[in-house]
Design a protein around this ligand. Sequence first.
Ligand SMILES: Nc1ncnc2c1ncn2[C@@H]1O[C@H](COP(=O)(O)OP(=O)(O)OP(=O)(O)O)[C@@H](O)[C@H]1O
Ligand SMILES: [Mg+2]
Length: 498
Amino acid sequence: MEKILIVDDDEGLIHFLQRFFEKQGYGAQSCQSGHAALEIIARQPFDLILLDYKMSGLNGLDTLKEIRGLQVKTPVIIMTAYGTTDTAIEAMKLGAYDYLLKPFDRAELQRIAEDALEVNRLMKEVVSFPGPRGQPPGRQKPMVNIVGHHRRMQEVYKLIGQVADRDVTVLITGESGTGKELVARAIYHHSHRQDKPFLAVNCATIPETLFESELFGYERGAFTGAERTHLGKFERCQGGTLFFDEIGDLPLSTQAKVLRVLQYGEFERLGGQKNLQVDVRIIAATNKNLEKEVEQGRFREDLFWRLNVITIQLPPLRERLDDIPPLVEYFLNRFNEEYHTHIRCVADAAMDKLRAHCWPGNVRELENTLRRAVLLSAGEVIAADQLKLDSEPCDWHGTPQDQLMANIDKQLDELLPDILRLFADKTHANVVDLIEKALIAKVLKQCGHNQVKAAKMLGISRNTLRHRIKKFNLHTEIPAPTSKPDNANANHKPPLAS
Ligand SMILES: Nc1ncnc2c1ncn2[C@@H]1O[C@H](COP(=O)(O)OP(=O)(O)OP(=O)(O)O)[C@@H](O)[C@H]1O
Ligand SMILES: [Mg+2]
């Protein structure tokens, strides 16, 4: 249960707030002075703190400074009836999450509190990953893991380890549900900015007209309805990490302003004249092909290059099916803890079903499938028919051979343009020969030039192999034997001598 601390010397307000939050299922505790608050906070953690500005003794701002001095990251919302908005803005500069002007309405309270609690979850839930650098520094306990030991995931871990603490902009790409947000949070938790805010902007969900006020904030009176000064995400994130999710959906009109922050660390609030400076690290994610977006004029090329300093590419789950068993184990453990269930494993047939699926929704789809199965399962083992897949089975049949073909296809996609370019003006060059020669040479080498073995491995007759060796002049590439040939074994004779 998430816990909220309310600090105010107005008993009536404390009573109202306590009931308000308890009714929504939160734990609420209260006290009436800054000193009392500091004592309570030193003894136990909270998920959100509501702090009155005007209190006798230590006021809200001083209490806030002390809280931050204790290295407590919990979001603080300052409540103020007095003073001007300036006090509240000052509080935000000291690291308050937001402010509420008394008397506030329930909708406003609800919105700001929910936002702050969401930010708290993202900052508190430490993400770790396998490998020597996977444990975050400091005293925090990892609560979420990035799971998978496929070669491409190892590359991901290596990159996270290399860039996390370097303050560079990182672009994370991958299909939906592959773990982009998880990687962004892992980078944050392993950086020296881990004690500062981590805020997320989901560009796919913000209406186009609200982007600028959301990012840069606005001055009171900047437009009709702007009743109070509002700080945007950049300003609230001072010293921290700003995660631009679905950056491909950032409107063109806002892209230039974001580029300016990236280049010079400066911007203005809407309706404001003053040039504001920020120090924010940007991590961006997208499931779009940004290069294509640039080609089609929907994404600024200069912003693309600015973001694309380091790119971390997350593989789709169908290309790392061997990671399904460890992911299943991880999710079963997590759900057992969450729902107090005792599921031990999935049955063999259930595992086969999971491995044969194509997972268009990637790890998120697997997670949902298992969550459902855990909740509906009565026994200790999940059977195949208890796994209800979100997506239709696709053309994909996940046999090892299909996986291999998909892999070859992918590698060819990468290599072919270069090969074709190289041979473009050589009219008699035979690209098929080139690839065949490379393949045969590789297999021969692997078999120690044992032709019988090589022919078997390649699935061709020994005669055909001999012809190819001659055609491609491969016998000239055989290293001279260093010791006496073993005559007892004909296979060790030089390839063309038999
Ligand atoms: N390698 C992984 N190990 C453990 N959990 C993972 C892994 N990858 C993803 N998940 C889980 O899958 C879910 C989706 O991950 P996440 O939100 O990071 O994906 P995403 O790429 O940001 O998706 P989208 O593009 O839809 O926003 C989350 O619950 C996350 O915890
Ligand atoms: Mg995401």
